[in-house]
Ligand binder design. Structure first.
Ligand code: SF4
Length: 342
């Protein structure tokens, strides 16, 4: 796989001004510019920037206004600010010579693991992975990695794989080969596997999974939700509602609960929704239930209806209803508090 990719890169690589040499300053500037911007848009900015600031020293000595001026139109001005600050650090701490140590580079402002990896491998030929979205995608396909590549855990697995692949190979050509392959052939949608130099080692291609992988689902965050959960009774009956189809706990039965902070606002919301008056009888207890992507903190209160309404069930009838696990816990807690066992 490595040989195929590197050979392909040698003969097919895209021509960019920052690929004319291996000067770490040039590679650094281009990588920072490329972070949020397409290659085509970066080219004229890159050329003008280096004409104005041909060396790290020139950049360090410029005013921030001059740097911003050269950045005008590229957006994300913090990048320009970090470039300027880092140039000054390199002049002061490293006598104007770009450091070669991976950790030293990582400690510079605005340089994350990807950029540090790119500089170390391209400028200094160190065996350092440079993992961006392209690489995550290609490696997930090559190795049929079905885990979510948006997760740090999966990214670490991929980092290790690339670190292993790089050993004893031309890391510069390998990393840049992955960059070019991701941009031109192993695209997110409809990869051109027939033209791919590493298709013979690609498990996704072999198993016809290249249009499914990688799995990349962002923003699945664990939510903490707080509810007032109501054990609402009328004489010896309990009010249960059925969850609608299509949502969490669909069609299961449960108690009424609202995302409120007080039983008083619970009563207000309930009365508006059901047009029934309700009294707060007592606070019972807090109960927690953990789902895959959310945790419910249920603050249980006992409420009493003034009049009967539909959907009231005796304890015996409740045992015949499919009750959500979370609300089974709620019921148990209530019964225990009342000295009753189900
Ligand atoms: Fe990507 Fe297809 Fe090449 Fe596999 S064979 S790395 S899916 S382009």
């Amino acid at each position: 796989m490595q040989n195929n990719l590197i050979q392909w890169y040698y003969t097919n690589h895209r021509q960019f001004p920052w690929r004319r040499d291996e000067d770490p300053y040039h590679i650094w500037i281009s990588e920072i510019m490329l972070q949020q911007t397409t290659t085509e848009a970066v080219i004229p900015y890159y050329e003008r920037f280096l004409q104005k600031f041909p060396t790290i020293q020139d950049l360090a000595e410029a005013s921030i206004e001059e740097v911003y001026k050269m950045w005008e139109g590229l957006g994300y001005y913090r990048r320009a600010k970090h470039l300027h600050e880092t140039a000054q650090i390199i002049v002061e701490k490293y006598h104007g010579v770009f450091p070669q140590d991976h950790q030293d580079i990582l400690s510079l402002k605005g340089i994350g693991p990807y950029t540090a990896g790119a500089i170390c491998s391209i400028a200094f030929h160190q065996s350092t992975p440079a993992i961006d979205g392209n690489v995550l995608r290609i490696i997930a396909r090559q190795y049929l990695i079905k885990e979510n590549i948006a997760h740090i855990k999966t990214q670490k697995i991929i980092y290790k794989k690339v670190a292993g692949l790089l050993k004893n190979y031309d890391a510069s050509a390998f990393n840049q080969g992955l960059m070019d392959l991701g941009a031109t052939i192993c695209r997110p949608l409809h990869p051109k596997c027939e033209q791919c130099p590493i298709s013979s080692s690609c498990l996704a291609y072999y198993h016809h999974q290249q249009n499914i992988l990688p799995i990349s689902i962002k923003n699945i965050k664990h939510k903490e939700l707080h509810y007032i959960t109501g054990i609402i009774t009328y004489q010896n009956q309990f009010l249960l509602i059925q969850n609608p189809s299509g949502g969490l706990l669909e069609n299961l039965y449960g108690f009424v609960q609202y995302e409120k902070e007080s039983p008083y606002s619970f009563v207000e919301t309930f009365e508006n929704e059901y047009h029934q008056s309700l009294n707060i009888a007592s606070y019972i207890q807090d109960v927690k239930h953990v789902f895959t992507h959310r945790t419910w903190h249920m603050h249980i209160y006992h409420f009493v209806l003034n009049e009967p309404m539909t959907s009231l069930y005796t304890l015996q009838q409740i045992t015949e209803k499919p009750l959500s696990t979370a609300h089974q816990k709620v019921l148990k807690t209530y019964l225990k508090a009342q000295g009753l066992n189900r």
